[in-house]
Design a protein around this ligand. Sequence first.
Ligand code: GLU
Length: 263
Amino acid sequence: MNNAGNYKRIVVKIGTSTLTHETGKLNLHRIETLARVLSDIKNSGTEVVLVSSGAVTAGVAKIGFHRPTSTKEKQALAAIGQNEIMKIYGKFFSLYGHPIAQLLLTKDVIDAPARRALAEDTLEELLSMGCVPIINENDPVSCYEIEFGGNDRLSACVGVLCHADIVVNLTDIDGYYDSDPRKNPYAKMIPYVESVTDKMVENAGGAGTERGTGGMQAKLIAAQMLADAGIPMMIVQGTDPEVLYKVMDGSAKGTYFAGVAAK
Ligand code: GLU
């Protein structure tokens, strides 16, 4: 039912609310743990691609700006914050001996076959060079959050682009529930979903925190995009990135989407 134990290439997506404290500042302990665990997984022979959000929030924290309201504020803050997050990733990954590489994508690259093929080749080359590609949307020059519709969808595009064995979404909730657990105390977590139907997408909610953007709906759409390419996805609580070891051996608590397109 699940191909754990045989993942040769994984994409891990981490969202802003998982990367930052409630203050909006970077959660260094979590980022350090993430870098250590991903480095270790890489040492064990699995290629790792990281899709990381957090640019806008890190930009806000860096210059002490108010919560951005306009697109141009968000785009400028992303330009400031992207550098901040890469600096931190660079420090932690180099501590564990792994080079990183930044790749910033826009939707027009994914949609244009020739440019998409270039991005695919670059990604492949970076992996063969032994790097950990760290990917975000090129927010300062794209229609912010309009193009990909957030990093949940971006992570699905990346999963397809690099032919990943699984995309793991590290987030602030421990899985997909049959109703919103923030509103319904009886909501039940569903550990296995064969196919995501449009009805499930329709019924799903938005972001859980002010810092987060995607929410469950975007995650289900990402799972659908991946299913079209036969790639599974897993949603797990990202509070402790060590959970990735359990994803690797199939024992993680969370929701496993089998990567089967709905009929
Ligand atoms: N690309 C945005 C950022 O880095 C985040 C978008 C998202 O999390 O969906 O701030």
